[in-house]
Design a protein around this ligand. Structure first.
Ligand SMILES: C[S@@+](CC[C@H](N)C(=O)[O-])C[C@H]1O[C@@H](n2cnc3c(N)ncnc32)[C@H](O)[C@@H]1O
Length: 196
C-alpha cells in the first residue's frame, strides 16, 4: 500500500500537509483550520482499515480529505469504497477538490451533511475513523458500535490530546463488553475498538 502511492495522491497529500502547517502557524481560526491528522496516524488508520473484515468503510469528519486519502489506499487494495462525512460547506468543497485532484473518486464517496443524521442508513461497518468535534464523540460511539460487523474496527482520534474532554467516552469504550479497546499513543492518541 505505502510503496505504491500514486504521484497524484502524494502530491495532494504534500499540498494539504503544507496548508495544515500554515494554518497552525498563521493564526487561522479553529473553524477554518484543516486540523488534519499527522502522517503517522494516516498510515496507522490505513493499516487498520486494510486489516478489517468485509464491510463498509466510514469516516466522520473529512475536513479537506487528508485522512481519507490514507484510507483510500486500503480501499484501492481491497476494491471497496470509503464514505466520508463533512458538515461544513467550505471543507466539503476542499475535500471534493482533493478527491478529484488525487483521482480517488472511485474509492471515496463524499457526503455533505451531519454524519449523525445519516447513521440510521448505515449498517455492516468494517472500519470507521471518527475525527470530528469532541462533543459528538459519545453519540457517534453509540451509533457506530452496534453497526460494526464482527471484528469491525472503530478508531477515534484525539484520545490523548483531548483526554479530559473525551474521558467519559473512553471509559465507556474500555468497559464496553461489545468490543475490545485500548488507547494507542500514536499521533494525538487513537482509541481503537474492535467489535467482538
Ligand atoms: C479534525 S477535522 C477532520 C480532519 C480529517 N479527519 C483529516 O485528518 O484530514 C474535523 C472535521 O469534522 C467536521 N465535522 C464536525 N462535526 C461533524 C458532523 N456532525 N458531521 C460531519 N462532519 C463533522 C468538521 O467540520 C471538521 O472539518
Amino acid at each position: 500500500m505505502f510503496h505504491t502511492i500514486s504521484p497524484a495522491v502524494l502530491s495532494r497529500m504534500a499540498y494539504l500537509e503544507a496548508m495544515d502547517r500554515k494554518d497552525r502557524s498563521d493564526g487561522t481560526t479553529l473553524q477554518k483550520r484543516l486540523r488534519q491528522v499527522p502522517p503517522e496516524t494516516g498510515r496507522f488508520v490505513a493499516l487498520l482499515a486494510a486489516s478489517s473484515p468485509s464491510g463498509g468503510f466510514v469516516e466522520i469528519g473529512t475536513s479537506a480529505g487528508y485522512s481519507a486519502l490514507w484510507i483510500s489506499l486500503a480501499c484501492a487494495m481491497r476494491g471497496c469504497k470509503l464514505t466520508t462525512y463533512e458538515i461544513l460547506e467550505e471543507k466539503y468543497r476542499l475535500a471534493k477538490e482533493t478527491f478529484q485532484e488525487a483521482d480517488v473518486a472511485r474509492h471515496v464517496e463524499l457526503v455533505h451533511g451531519n454524519a449523525l443524521q445519516c447513521m440510521s442508513k448505515i449498517k455492516n461497518i468494517a472500519f470507521c475513523f471518527l475525527d470530528a468535534e469532541k462533543e459528538i464523540y459519545e453519540k457517534c460511539y453509540d451509533a457506530i458500535i452496534p453497526r460494526l460487523v464482527k471484528g469491525g474496527i472503530l478508531v477515534a482520534d484525539n484520545a490523548i490530546s483531548h483526554r479530559e474532554s473525551l474521558k467519559q467516552v473512553i471509559d465507556k469504550a474500555l468497559a464496553d463488553d461489545r468490543a475490545d479497546a485500548l488507547v494507542v499513543p500514536i499521533g494525538k492518541g487513537e482509541l481503537v475498538c474492535r467489535r467482538i
